[in-house]
Design a protein around this ligand. Structure first.
Ligand SMILES: NC(=O)c1ccc[n+]([C@@H]2O[C@H](COP(=O)([O-])OP(=O)(O)OC[C@H]3O[C@@H](n4cnc5c(N)ncnc54)[C@H](OP(=O)(O)O)[C@@H]3O)[C@@H](O)[C@H]2O)c1
Length: 234
């Protein structure tokens, strides 16, 4: 078994996920850079290895259960443990779609990726974390999903992230006492492909604000929602 903690970051090939992978590895965690494009996963890992970091690629499409199962089997075979999961991968493809006249195929794809993708990855690692009596899971959500900020625009994105919030709370309750702590976190508005044009935060700043949730003490929070270290109201 790997002596260091092992963490998986989904969608690690670019944006916030890439910076999270880099910063998590810099803390001494063995990081698995998961991406739906196998070549991108490898290129990402090689780039970070070039910085002296202990990073390894895996192909993982969060919409494909077989791909997730294969990836988790490979990580366990290689390292014998999964301590951290950051459910970072996500899509936002319905910014200008009205909820009253939706393209339900787009909505379905968004919810399948953001909600069910996150859910699939959680359920894939939970048995390993439960057996080890330790796990830290971080689910990326958005301020756009908060009750006080629900309004027109990006309906399926908002719905998918609000559902991630709900999933986080339910799983935290179910997993109480197992050693697994699971929280949701918003990165704020970040300069990435998904992020708004006016986004002020860099991916590195956003990743720094999320990192602490991957290394919570045993009595740390679970089933909560954060922006940086500030707790948000769902
Ligand atoms: N940027 C913001 O302002 C902001 C605000 C709130 C929340 N967030 C959340 O932060 C997270 C990261 O987003 P980002 O801003 O870094 O955007 P990004 O640069 O667009 O990155 C999204 C990542 O998700 C991956 N991905 C999408 N579908 C996938 C799938 N089916 N399987 C595996 N990976 C998949 C992408 O892979 P490909 O390269 O293959 O497409 C990419 O690596 C998302 O959950 C997003 O909702 C971002």
């Amino acid at each position: 078994m790997n002596r260091r903690r092992v963490g998986i970051v989904t969608g690690a090939n670019r944006g916030i996920g890439y910076e999270l992978a880099r910063q998590l590895a810099a803390t001494g965690v063995t990081v698995v850079t998961a991406a739906r494009d196998a070549a991108a996963a490898t290129a990402t890992a090689e780039q970070l290895q070039g910085e002296g970091l202990d990073v390894h690629p895996v192909h993982l499409d969060i919409t494909d259960q077989a791909s997730i199962d294969t990836a988790i089997v490979a990580v366990i075979a290689c390292f014998g443990r999964i301590d951290v999961l950051v459910n970072n991968a996500g899509i936002a493809i319905d910014a200008r779609v009205p909820a009253a006249t939706p393209d339900l195929a787009t909505a379905h794809r968004t919810v399948d990726t953001n909600l069910f993708g996150t859910w699939r990855c959680c359920t894939a690692v939970i048995p390993h974390m439960t057996a080890a009596g330790y796990g830290r899971i971080v689910n990326l959500t958005s301020h756009m999903s908060l009750s006080a900020q629900l309004r027109a625009g990006s309906p399926s994105y908002r719905i998918s992230k609000a559902a991630i919030n709900t999933l986080t709370r339910i799983l935290a309750d179910e997993l109480a006492g197992t050693g697994i702590l699971i929280n949701a976190a918003s990165p704020g508005q970040v300069q990435t492909r998904i992020g708004p044009k006016a986004a002020s935060r860099t991916p590195a700043e956003a990743a720094k604000g999320l990192l602490w949730l991957t290394d919570l003490p045993a009595d740390g929070p679970t089933g909560r929602l954060f922006y940086e270290h500030d707790e948000l109201t769902w």
